[in-house]
Ligand binder design. Sequence first.
Ligand SMILES: [Zn+2]
Length: 258
Amino acid sequence: MAWILLIGFLIFLWFVSLCKFLLVSRKTSSNHFMKNGRTHQKRNVLLVVAHPDDESMFFTPAINFLTSSGHNLHIFCLSIGNADGKGNIRKRELFQACAALKIPWQQVKTVDHPDLQDGFGKVWDHNLVAKLIEEEISSLSIDMIITFDNYGVSGHCNHRDVHYGVRKLLHDTSQRDIEAWELVSTNILRKYSGPVDVWLSMCFSILHKNGTMQCFVNKHPRRSFLAMAQHSSQWVWFRKLFVALSSYTYMNTLRKIK
Ligand SMILES: [Zn+2]
């Protein structure tokens, strides 16, 4: 009997949380995030990821916020995901996914560098990562970077190396004044709680009143599925399950990198 009550409660909680996404506007997606000095203006944002599909699997709430707010979002993918020899296919899928996410193809770029190949155990040189990102920042007049945190959501070493490359860039170069935000990795319970995690994420963001942590609620969770479905070579049953259950489909919490 207790189990039935618990399951019923969880279904109710899931339903209520989902309603939150469908009915409530993005009030929590915030003021501080897009303020450049004292004025609101269009930002040139560079989302730096490691593999084609990272953008669709992890970052769609932030992407949807940026594109629907009229900011210039550029995607910079540091590999073509060639671990299984499908690099060229995956590169094409990335452009299709970005089209589903309303990002113009001209604002999507991939790198296929021999020292930045997809795979566990492939160590990426942080100096090289920093150098490539710095070139993009200069050529596109980027004023904000978004990337993984030091765990990289899934713990993938390439995700983590991207984070440390951004850190290197901020620490060592003339770009140290650029604003950078990292996607907060959550524990496994929160990660697979789907929309239910919205309550905790919002609490954390409210507790950081200085704006160093921002919660972005996805107004178009369906778009996460549509974008991920463009990655046909990766769209297998366990990734479909991941996208359905993952809290990253429904919200992103970004933390400012100091
Ligand atoms: Zn990845």
